[in-house]
Design a protein. Structure first.
Length: 464
């Protein structure tokens, strides 16, 4: 009997033990399952749906950035056409004008330059401009008036946009949702008022595909290609660049340049022709072009000043620009022209541009850069860098300017949907001059391409 009792107790103990282990195992598996589900949920991207018109509900950069930083990916845009297209009322025209004027006032950097060069006091013309807007009888007159007003800034970055620009910019910006400033502008330009004004369709964000140009090709003098290479003499090469392309669309250019330099290793000099190049992306020449053409590291120190406008602050945050409050900067120790222009500015950034050669550089000759008044923005930045770093001798005519800059801002009038653009950077080149005002002067003035080439041949003693 005792043996049976002991045996029964042993069986019961084993059953309890295994039941306990099983339960612990079950508990463990359940906990593990919960953890895995939690981790899976974290990895699953949540798609936010938004009507682009809701962008106006963000009243500050902080509000927008809080919302933006919580995104797992680009939003799914909901396009609602609620309004019937009607003529603008006078009140709507005035509201749009005031919006544009205030944005320009709070962000635009060149009012001092404008007074000195053209005798225009833009901000003091407010009442005059307002009166002109109030006299507009329809949308067409309003658009022409707004074009005239922004035209008083005499800056190629400050414009009322046309339909091709809106379409191209929407397409281009659709690939950069990870840039908070570009994404803000992408959402803004997708608003119903813009779609109605320009007759464009709303656009969703897209994946970025290499080697696919998203910009419309420009007509060029010869092949229609962006970069052209040829020999001018056995010892003299030519590289013609029509536009500073974005990083994802310049592979063909660099492959062509590399092949040309490899096949012509004995070049004594290389002519880079950027005449008529109105800009694009600074990475083109900073990270790809010039590193293939220099033998040692070079740098220049530019100076950039910014106002405290919301759009400017968003751009600075987006670009990761290191700035300090201008009140903490000893301007007295900086050799800058027209310091009086800085009284309305809030931030300063030292813009050091440093370029190092690539390891397998195939070119060891002298560089010459052909420039004219059509050289602008990012192309102007290259011209100014080449001159101040002394890595190339410039020939041709004075450039177009505004190359020491973060680029331009796209904005939208709330009622009409008119897209307007402007720059926000008061850029000083290393020599202490405002680049937009003084631009970049060539080392040797020439009147034509042939005169420039003949001059270079004489300097290099090429061709007898």
């Amino acid at each position: 009997m005792k043996k049976k009792s002991k045996l029964s107790f042993l069986v019961l103990a084993i059953i309890i033990l295994f039941s306990s282990c099983a339960q612990r195992r079950i508990n463990y598996l359940e906990q593990r399952r919960d953890i895995l589900i939690s981790e899976k949920n974290k990895k699953e991207k949540k798609t936010v749906k938004i009507n682009p018109d809701k962008i106006d509900e963000f009243k500050s950069i902080e509000d927008y950035m809080t919302w933006y930083n919580e995104l797992d990916g680009p939003c799914e845009l909901i396009f609602e056409d609620k309004k019937e297209k009607e003529n603008l009322s006078q009140e709507e025209m005035v509201e749009d004008f005031n919006y544009l004027f205030n944005e320009i006032r709070d962000n635009y950097p060149f009012f001092g330059v404008l007074k000195r060069k053209y005798g225009i006091d833009f901000l003091s013309n407010y009442s005059k401009y307002l009166s002109e807007v109030k006299f507009c009888k329809n949308d067409e007159e309003f658009t022409r008036t707004m074009e005239k007003i922004i035209g008083d800034l005499h800056n190629d970055h400050a414009t009322i946009a046309q339909k091709p620009y809106v379409e191209e910019t929407l397409d281009y910006y659709s690939h950069f949702w990870k840039d908070p400033s570009m994404y803000y502008e992408f959402l803004t330009m997708n608003k119903e008022s813009v779609r109605d004004r320009y007759g464009v369709k709303g656009l969703q964000s897209k994946d970025l595909k290499k080697k696919k140009s998203l910009k419309k090709a420009r007509d060029t003098e010869n092949s229609g290609e962006n970069l052209e290479v040829k020999l001018l003499d056995n010892e003299l090469g030519l590289v013609k660049i029509n536009e500073m392309l974005a990083e994802y669309e310049l592979d063909d250019d660099m492959e062509k340049l590399d092949k040309f330099l490899e096949e012509n290793e004995n070049l004594k000099a290389l002519v880079i022709d950027i005449r008529g190049n109105s800009g694009g992306n600074i990475e083109y020449w900073q990270e790809y072009l010039l590193p293939r053409l220099i033998e040692k590291k070079v740098f220049v120190n530019n100076h950039m000043f910014f106002k405290d406008g919301m759009r400017t602050r968003l751009l600075l945050k987006s670009e990761g620009i290191s700035c300090e409050n201008i009140s903490n900067v000893d301007l007295g120790k900086m050799e800058l022209e027209h310091k009086e222009d800085l009284k309305d500015f809030s931030y300063y950034s030292k813009d050091k541009i440093e370029i190092a050669p690539i390891k397998d550089n195939k070119f060891e000759g002298n560089l010459y850069l052909l420039v004219d008044e059509g050289v602008y923005s990012a192309a102007e930045g290259m011209a100014n860098f080449c001159k101040n770093s002394k890595i190339a001798k410039l020939l041709g005519q004075k450039t177009g300017g505004d190359g020491v800059t973060l680029g331009l801002i796209n904005d939208v009038c709330p009622n009409s949907g008119l897209v307007f653009t402007y720059t926000n950077t008061l850029g000083y080149s290393q020599d202490g001059l405002i680049n937009e005002e003084e631009k970049t002067s060539p080392d040797i003035y020439t009147e034509s391409f042939n005169e420039s080439v003949d001059t270079i041949k004489k300097l290099e003693k090429i061709g007898g």
